[in-house]
Design a protein around this ligand. Structure first.
Ligand code: UDP
Ligand code: MG
Length: 340
């Protein structure tokens, strides 16, 4: 059953100057500190703002904290997914529902410092539609994570035509036009920073030092990280599919030369027992073919996901001003039967 609860009083009549969208997955230890630091920064920077928490199916006390904040402060809104749909879907939902003239998207663990927002906004006022935060340094992350991130961004830049600035995460500010354009991108396997780069418009960056996580542990284990990287590459590049063609040409060329050598040896009267080389060739080709079928499967699976046309996410609950009025527009919303 879908139900909306705990709505605050009074709808904000005009759009706030800034919305801050924050995906939350089991972040109860970070939310009070995040709220405190954000409100301090925002009060000194803009005249009106909203904080929009998107709870991605947390199993800890995160939603209760969000509800408490929304009840105490009319500038806080919360949307709660019906289950865990993923970080990138939470961004999609937040950007769908943000009402501000500009929108900042950031993580909940305080790795993206709220204190950078005034600089992002200043750059936006200079005329840049999108202002992203570039990591000059990353603290509190393992060597392996930093290395794989570095390699990934460089590989991505080589094999795709979208230009993602190196070493940027999702932390960024988007103007209203960019947000409206972003809402028109319906794809399922989402790589937000790539999609925003694809939008174009004037974009610029601001350098910052990425802090360690304030509390708790990463919600991106290696498995999710790898999936995310494959999503990123398959959404923006056909190069993996073309690999099969190139490998095919290479292996055929090699086989042709090999046949010439074997014929020449035959005429020279040299016999060459072929068991080992035959095994090696069969295993090599079998391996290459399976990898290519697997790559093809990655793309076919994504086509299948697209044609099913399921909603990107389902919202089970909303808290904050105006939530009852907006409830009908939420994807997946089913009106409660009379009397409930
Ligand atoms: N997150 C989310 N859904 C998930 C995983 C993560 O909404 O399934 C949120 C998480 O609460 C945080 C942000 O996404 O606000 C980034 O996650 P995390 O800090 O764990 O990633 P890392 O910085 O370690 O890459
Ligand atoms: Mg983090």
């Amino acid at each position: 059953m879908w139900r909306f609860a705990g709505c605050g009083k009074g709808v904000q009549a005009v759009a706030p100057e800034l919305s801050v969208v924050i995906p939350v997955f089991n972040e109860e230890e970070n939310l009070p500190e995040l709220y405190g630091r954000l409100t301090k920064v925002l009060s000194g920077t803009v005249s009106s703002w909203e904080i929009l928490f998107v709870d991605d199916g947390s199993r800890d006390g995160s939603w209760e904290i969000i509800r408490g904040l929304a009840e105490a402060d009319a500038r806080v809104r919360g949307l709660r997914f019906s289950r865990n749909f993923g970080h990138q879907m939470a961004f999609a939902c937040g950007l769908d529902h943000a009402q501000g003239e500009a929108v900042v998207i950031m993580d909940a663990d305080l790795q993206d410092p709220p204190e950078l927002i005034p600089q992002l906004l200043a750059k936006h006022r200079e005329g840049f539609e999108v202002v992203y935060a570039v990591r000059a340094a990353r603290h509190g992350e393992t060597f392996c994570k930093k290395l794989t991130a570095k390699l990934f961004y460089r590989l991505f830049a080589r094999i795709t035509s979208v230009e993602i600035p190196l070493d940027t995460g999702d932390f960024r500010l988007m103007g209203k036009r960019a947000v409206e354009a972003f809402r028109r991108l319906p794809e399922r396997h989402r790589f937000t920073r790539g999609l925003v780069a694809w939008l174009g418009f004037a974009q610029s960056g601001v350098l910052y030092e990425r802090a360690p996580r304030h509390a708790g542990t990463t919600k991106y284990p290696w498995r999710k990280m790898l999936r995310f990287a494959v999503d990123a590459i398959t959404s923006f590049s056909h190069v993996p599919l073309q690999l099969a063609t190139w490998l095919g040409f290479m292996v055929s060329g090699f086989a042709f030369l090999y046949i010439l050598v074997v014929i020449a040896l035959k005429f020279a009267g040299i016999s060459w027992p072929g068991y080992t080389s035959l095994m090696a060739a069969i295993l090599f080709l079998g391996g290459v073919q399976l990898v290519m079928v697997g790559l093809l499967g990655e793309y076919v699976g994504r086509i299948y996901d697209e044609v099913k046309r399921r909603p990107l996410y389902l919202v089970a609950e909303e808290v904050g001003p105006g939530c009852k009025e907006r409830a009908r527009e939420l994807p997946g919303y089913v009106a409660p039967s009379p009397g409930l």
